[in-house]
Design a protein around this ligand. Sequence first.
Ligand code: SAM
Length: 211
Amino acid sequence: MRLRHIPGSEEAIASSPYVISQPEQYKGRFRELFGNGHPLEVEIGMGKGKFIMELAERCPRINFIGIERYPSVLLHAIKKREKMDLANIHFLCLDAKSLTEIFSPGEVNRIYLNFSDPWPKDRHAKRRLTSPEFMKIYGQILAKDGTLEFKTDNQGLFAYSLLSIPESGWKIAAYTKDLHHSPMAEGNVMTEYETKFSSLGNPICKLIASR
Ligand code: SAM
């Protein structure tokens, strides 16, 4: 994502009621934050938050947390959130590297990765959100029967992920290289990037992984 720093974004995020400023204090207690025992689903790298907010609207009996590391990007999600009446979603501004400091083992029921940055150079492979390094982190916070869902239009990143995920000890439960013409499209919520790239004619790839 091309990034333009928005002056004041850090301050706006620090004072937003929609962003949890000290998430470590909820480790193992996120259901208390939401005030119910509903399952917890997390999107990592949510960007401007279109996907996770539409999903939260559609699924009121699921708790959602949207994670984005850049304040200037998260600010767009906050502005959208302010116009919506949702009781089941919060945001975190942090790098996915620190997920085990935030969530306790098994606390998360589903992880979504949507149009993650491809990091095409080999020397940056560890930064890909489907690398073995990140899969190990997800494995520590995901419930035993939890799943990870990944969508992208980037063929190189998808091919890499079809190998890196099983190499990390996970199973690929299902996948398609043309989501919008596949039975896996049922109930699909489009992300911002998905809307943009599918309108250019790019096929969308999706996989579901479990352990
Ligand atoms: N998911 C959105 C979509 O599909 O429209 C945005 C996709 S955008 C290409 C990827 C987003 O992931 C960026 O906003 C980026 O800042 C965020 N991101 C990348 N690596 C991250 C990490 N390690 N932790 C948290 N966010 C990350």
